[in-house]
Ligand binder design. Structure first.
Ligand SMILES: [Ca+2]
Ligand SMILES: [Ca+2]
Length: 375
């Protein structure tokens, strides 16, 4: 790529010199006077002239000029470093519009801006015929940064942020047109706080779709990464609560078949045996919920759990209780409730999956060990 470019520049240079030697050399012998040249202001100079602002070049982080309102007059979008006051710098970004006489600020963001705002694009990203300005702000705490999204447009009456409330940590922001209908969706990837005290976490992707001028961009989907048995177990539990038996069964099976799957390596052996054997229980519930006669398959899973009868793990015993009550009553809710009562009999310390949880760690309420309606 670079080599091609250099080659083309060399070729262009040779061509220029040949042309210049043949025809242009005489015309260029006199230099036009500076006053006869049209004023060629840089964008920064034009901006300063139009707005009457005295921002120094090195204060201006980015500057864009475009007709965002469709009235034939261009607007300015500018990101600036405000006065740098030790030990923190502060920033600002603004939209300037003209009333035909002068330029004035129509949108201003400066409060709490201690990181440089990032300009992404100005285009009609939601295919409503209006231009949007896309900017992200970043706010950082001790361990993590939050990214806030601004998709600002002139809606004909006022300047509005269509992405009001879209914020994520650490927040990788992206626009994408997933279903190729010409309307861009907002994709935020994040979910991880980088401090040890935060505990086991997983990446989460939040997708926001455009839902018209009133609602703007709204959350349409959450994708949670499934790369650790702990989180897959939580998802299997949630699926059972929603009576999604097949999905729950598949997730629980994933844990049983990949008992060492961990993203962080943080789960100690004590936690691992608890997580896997509890997932076995969820698999058993899923089996009999789908087919009340399939006690044989449930028993197979229970036997498989015997290998996790270690230390004080209560879930192998609980699986046995579940199956025993189920065989007696043929009622999965009853069996599930009885199991919960038994595995929780000794309190949280008995049923907990981790000896300690991080402050940002997803957790299941221990009252939901039985994910079915309690009887
Ligand atoms: Ca305009
Ligand atoms: Ca638009």
């Amino acid at each position: 790529m670079t080599i091609t470019l250099v080659f083309m520049m060399v070729l262009g240079g040779i061509f220029y010199w040949q042309t210049r030697e043949k025809s242009e050399i005489h015309e260029l012998t006199t230099t036009p006077s500076a006053s006869s040249l049209p004023a060629r202001l840089s964008l920064n100079d034009q901006f300063r002239k139009d707005t009457g602002r005295n921002y120094a070049d090195n204060q201006i982080l980015w500057l864009e000029q475009k007709d965002l309102t469709g009235d034939g007059m261009y607007e300015y979008v500018v990101g600036m470093a405000k006065e740098r006051e030790a030990p923190v710098s502060s920033y600002q970004w603004q939209i300037f519009a003209s009333d035909g006489v002068r330029y004035y600020v129509v949108y201003n963001r400066e409060e709490g801006l201690y990181q440089a705002p990032e300009f992404h694009q100005q285009a009609d990203i939601n295919a409503d015929g209006k231009e949007e300005v896309v900017v992200t702000e970043r706010e950082c705490g001790a361990h993590t940064c939050f990214v806030e999204v601004f998709i600002v447009q002139w809606n004909g009456t006022k300047w509005v942020n269509l992405a009001e409330g879209i914020e994520a940590f650490p927040g990788i922001f992206e626009l994408q047109d997933e279903n190729e209908d010409g309307i861009q969706e907002v994709r935020m990837e994040g979910g991880l706080i980088s401090s040890l005290g935060a505990g086991l976490q997983r990446e989460v992707t939040l997708l926001y779709a455009y839902e018209g001028p009133m609602k703007g961009y709204a959350l349409s989907r959450t994708e949670k990464k499934q790369n650790d048995i702990y989180f897959i177990m939580l998802d299997a539990n949630e699926a059972l609560r929603k009576k999604e038996w097949v999905k729950a069964g598949e997730l629980a099976k994933m844990v049983l078949e990949n008992p060492n799957m961990t993203d962080s390596g943080m789960a100690p052996e004590r936690s691992r045996v608890r997580i896997v054997s509890y997932a076995g229980i969820l698999a058993m519930i899923s089996v009999v919920a789908q087919n009340s006669d399939d006690i044989g398959r449930a028993e197979q899973i229970r036997q498989q759990l015997e290998q996790y009868r270690e230390g004080d793990n209560p879930y192998v015993e609980a699986a046995q209780t579940l199956l025993q009550i189920y065989e007696e009553t043929k009622d999965v809710s009853k069996a599930c409730s009885a199991m919960e009562t038994k595995s929780l009999a000794g309190g949280e310390a008995v049923a907990d999956f981790f000896e300690s949880y991080g402050y940002a760690q997803e957790r299941m309420n221990l009252m939901n060990i039985c994910p079915l309606l309690k009887l």
